[in-house]
Design a protein around this ligand. Structure first.
Ligand code: FEO
Ligand code: CA
Length: 687
C-alpha cells in the first residue's frame, strides 16, 4: 500500500516555511496559507467521552440547541407538532407534510440572504438554509408497530412519501447571542420557504433527458399525478420530484445540489407475476430483483402507482440523479442533470477549475462502486448568476481509477469508449451517451474504474471563491460485501486476525486525492490513504462488533498508526474549517464501538498519524450527518438523523424486545433534527 508523503498539501506548507509567509500569500490560495509548524496540532477543545446517551454531548464550554425538527411548520399559522399524538394534531396527510420539515434530515447548506460572488466569510444575519430528507421510517412518522404503519391507506402512504425531499427556509442569526432561528414564511406560496417532495415538478436536462426509459416513466407519472391531484403538469416537467436525498452540495452561483441515493428502496410491486417486471429488470445497473426492491416489504405492497414496478417498470430511471434547486427562485423548477450520471449519489461538491469550469465530485455509496467527477463544458460567469444554471447541463463525466503506485486517472464515460470494451455474456451495448448516463455504473465498471468501499462524501476544501486547490477527500464508509473482501490499493485491509482470512472493512477509511497541477479539471492525480478509521491503540485492536464477530478495529496500516487520539468508525460526511481542520461525521460507529455516532476533528494537512478528537456525539440510534460551519466559524451545524432508530420506546422497528430508546429532542416521540453548536464565550469553534 503506497503511503505517499510527496503530497501537495504537505509540499505547499513545507515550501511556505522555506519561502516565507508573506511571499506565499500572494501566490497560493487562502487554504494553503497556514505555516507548516502548526500543521499537526490537534484541535483545541477537550474531547467528548464515548457514550450511549440519549442526548447531544458537546465539549466543555460549548452549548447546543435544536434548530428545526421533523414536523415543524415552515409557515405562519400552522399548528405545532403535538409530541403526545404522533401524526396529530396535524392531519398526517400529504398536503400537511408538504408544508412541514421532513424526516431523516441529511445534508445542510447555508446561502447568504442575497447572493454575491465571492461568498461571505464573516457573520451574516439572514440566510437561506436547504436541508434534504433522505428517507422515511414509516413507524417513526406515523402510528404503527413493528416497522409497519397501521394505516396503509393510499392517503397515509402518500403522506409518508411526502416526508422525503428537500426543505428550503429562511434563517436568522443574532451575533450578540449566537442564536439561530427559523423564519417562517407568511403563507404557502409566498416567500422562499418551500418543500420539494416526490410529487414536485422537475425538469430533466442533459444527454439522457429523452432516454426512452425516462420519457416512458415520466408520462406514467404525469398521468397518475394529474388524475390524483391535478393540475396538469406544465410543459417539459415531470411530477417525479425527488427522494432518498443524501448529502449534496452548493454551487458558486447559489444553487443547492441534492443527491438521490438509495432510490431503489422506495419502489415496490403490487404484482410479483407482472410481465412489466421483466422490463424493469432491463435496469441491470441496479439488479432489479426481489432483494433490492424489497418486494416483500409489507408497507410498500401498496402506495402511489408511480412507485409500483408492476405499473411503472422504468420508474427507477427517474431517480439516482443530481438535482439542482435554486433557493432564491421558487419559480425555477428543480433540474435533474443527467450529465452527472445516475447512481446512488451521495454528495455533489462543486469547485471551479483553473479555466473557470464547474467541477462536481460525486460518490456512489454502495459497496464496490465508484468515485466520479463532472467537468462542465462551459465556464462560470460571476456576473450572471442565472446563466450559470445551465452549467451542469453539458460536460464530461469521469470515473476514478486508482493505481497501486499512488497515481490515478479520470476515465471519461462515453458510449464510444464503453462500447470498445469487449462485452461479457448478457451485457448490452450502450445506445448513446445518454444511455451511459442512465447506466452509469455499468460504463464505469467496463472502463476500469476502481471499486471502492462505499464512497460517500467526496469533498474539496475551498473558500468563498470556490477555487479548488486540487485536494479532494473521499470518505469510504466501509465494505461488508463478500465480493469486496480482498479490497485493493485504494481500499486496503487491516492486518487480519488469525483464522479470519481476508477481513472486511468494517470501520472505513479516507482517501486523499491531489489533482495534477492543483487543477480540479485535471485528468490525472496522485492519491494516498489519509486515515484509516478505528482504534489507534495497536496494530491489532480486536473488538466484538454488533454482529457478534471479533474484528480488527485498528487504525493502523502497514505496521504504522494512521491516527492517534479518539477512535471512530464509518466516516460519512466531511467539511473543513478556515484553520485547516477536517470535521467528520460518522454513520455506524456503534456497529463497532460502544459509542453513539458523532463528529471528529483532525488536521487536514501534515504527515500522519493524525490526532483525532471527538467533538460531539448524537443521541442513541442516530447517525450524524451534514456537518456545516457558519461563515464566521462561530457556529457548527449538523444533522441528527433517524434518532432512536435502534429501538423506540415500547415499540421498535428492529425487532428488539427491549433496549435503549430516544425521546430526543424534547422529551416526546423522537424526531430527526438539525442542531447547532457554539462556544459559550462566542469564540471560534474548534479552537
Ligand atoms: Fe445516505 Fe450514503 O448515506
Ligand atoms: Ca451519508
Amino acid at each position: 500500500m503506497p503511503q505517499r508523503s510527496n503530497h501537495f498539501a504537505d509540499l505547499a506548507c513545507e515550501s511556505l516555511s522555506r519561502r516565507g509567509f508573506l511571499t506565499a500569500t500572494a501566490a497560493l490560495p487562502a487554504l494553503s496559507l497556514m505555516p507548516s509548524e502548526a500543521e499537526a496540532a490537534p484541535a483545541g477543545f477537550k474531547s467528548v467521552a464515548e457514550n450511549r446517551l440519549d442526548t447531544v454531548v458537546v465539549p466543555e464550554g460549548y452549548v447546543w440547541q435544536p434548530l428545526i425538527s421533523w414536523g415543524d411548520p415552515l409557515f405562519e399559522g400552522m399548528a405545532p407538532l403535538d409530541l403526545t399524538k404522533r401524526g396529530a394534531p396535524f392531519a398526517f396527510t400529504r398536503a400537511e407534510q408538504e408544508n412541514r420539515f421532513g424526516t431523516h434530515n441529511d445534508m445542510l447548506a447555508l446561502f447568504p440572504a442575497n447572493w454575491a460572488y465571492p461568498w461571505p466569510e464573516g457573520p451574516v444575519t439572514r440566510a437561506i438554509m436547504c436541508v434534504n430528507h433522505e428517507a422515511v421510517s414509516p413507524f417513526m412518522a406515523a402510528p404503527g408497530a413493528n416497522g409497519q404503519p397501521i394505516d396503509t391507506s393510499e392517503v397515509a402512504l402518500d403522506a409518508l412519501y411526502a416526508c422525503m425531499g428537500v426543505s428550503v427556509f429562511d434563517v436568522a442569526y443574532d451575533p450578540a447571542s449566537g442564536a439561530w432561528s427559523v423564519v417562517k414564511g407568511p403563507a404557502v406560496g409566498i416567500g422562499r420557504n418551500r418543500r420539494l417532495t416526490p410529487y414536485s415538478e422537475v425538469v430533466f436536462d442533459g444527454s439522457a433527458a429523452n432516454h426512452p426509459w425516462i420519457t416512458k416513466a415520466g408520462a406514467i407519472v404525469n398521468d397518475v399525478e394529474t388524475a390524483r391531484s391535478g393540475p396538469a403538469t406544465r410543459a417539459g416537467a415531470i411530477k417525479a420530484g425527488t427522494f432518498q436525498n443524501c448529502a449534496g452540495g452548493f454551487t458558486p452561483w447559489g444553487t443547492y445540489l441534492t443527491a438521490e441515493e438509495n432510490f431503489n428502496n422506495q419502489f415496490f410491486t403490487s404484482d410479483k407475476a407482472s410481465p412489466a417486471l421483466i422490463e424493469a429488470q432491463a435496469d441491470a445497473a441496479f439488479g432489479v430483483d426481489q432483494a433490492i426492491f424489497r418486494y416483500d416489504n409489507v408497507w410498500r405492497m401498496g402506495g402511489p402507482a408511480q412507485f409500483d414496478l408492476s405499473r411503472n417498470p422504468h420508474g427507477p430511471s427517474l431517480y439516482g440523479w443530481i438535482v439542482e434547486i435554486d433557493p432564491y427562485d421558487p419559480d425555477w423548477r428543480p433540474h435533474k442533470h443527467t450529465a452527472l450520471g445516475r447512481k446512488c449519489n451521495e454528495c455533489a461538491t462543486t469547485v471551479l477549475s483553473k479555466a473557470n469550469k464547474a467541477v462536481v465530485y460525486t460518490g456512489d455509496d454502495s459497496a464496490n462502486q465508484f468515485v466520479y467527477k463532472f467537468v462542465s463544458r462551459d465556464k462560470f460567469d460571476p456576473t450572471n448568476r442565472i446563466a450559470n444554471r445551465t452549467l451542469l447541463t453539458h460536460g464530461t463525466l469521469y470515473a476514478a481509477r486508482f493505481e497501486a503506485d499512488g497515481t490515478g486517472r479520470w476515465i471519461a464515460l462515453t458510449a464510444a469508449a464503453a462500447n470498445r470494451v469487449p462485452r461479457g455474456p448478457g451485457e448490452t451495448p450502450f445506445a448513446d451517451d445518454g444511455d451511459v448516463m442512465v447506466r452509469c455504473r455499468e460504463a464505469a465498471l467496463r472502463l476500469g474504474a476502481t471499486k471502492m468501499d462505499r464512497p460517500e462524501d467526496v469533498e474539496s476544501p475551498t473558500d468563498g471563491s470556490f477555487r479548488g486547490t486540487g485536494t479532494v477527500f473521499v470518505m469510504c464508509t466501509g465494505n461488508l460485501s463478500d465480493s469486496g473482501r480482498a479490497g485493493n490499493a485504494a481500499n486496503p485491509r487491516r492486518k487480519t486476525i488469525a483464522g479470519d482470512g481476508l477481513e472486511r472493512n468494517y470501520q472505513g477509511h479516507i482517501v486523499r486525492i491531489e489533482e495534477a497541477r492543483q487543477d480540479p479539471a485535471a485528468l490525472t492525480f496522485t492519491w494516498d490513504i489519509f486515515a484509516v478509521a478505528g482504534d489507534p491503540a495497536g496494530e491489532i485492536a480486536p473488538v466484538t462488533n454488533q454482529e457478534g464477530k471479533v474484528v480488527n478495529a485498528s487504525s493502523w496500516l502497514n505496521g504504522k498508526p494512521t491516527t492517534t487520539g479518539d477512535r471512530f468508525a464509518m466516516p460519512d460526511n466531511i467539511t473543513f474549517d478556515h484553520r485547516k481542520f477536517c470535521w467528520i461525521t460518522t454513520d455506524g460507529t456503534p456497529e463497532t464501538f460502544p459509542c453513539n455516532d458523532g463528529v471528529y476533528v483532525l488536521p487536514m494537512v501534515g504527515k500522519g498519524p493524525r490526532p483525532v478528537k471527538r467533538f460531539l456525539t448524537v443521541p442513541i440510534g442516530a447517525e450524524c450527518c451534514g456537518p456545516l460551519l457558519a461563515w464566521d466559524q462561530k457556529t457548527f451545524f449538523c444533522g441528527v438523523q433517524h434518532v432512536g432508530a435502534e429501538n423506540v420506546k415500547g415499540q421498535n422497528y428492529r425487532g428488539e424486545a427491549a433496549g435503549p430508546y430516544s425521546t430526543f429532542p424534547n422529551g416526546g416521540w423522537p424526531r430527526d433534527s438539525v442542531i447547532y453548536v457554539r462556544r459559550q464565550d462566542g469564540g471560534t469553534v474548534g479552537t
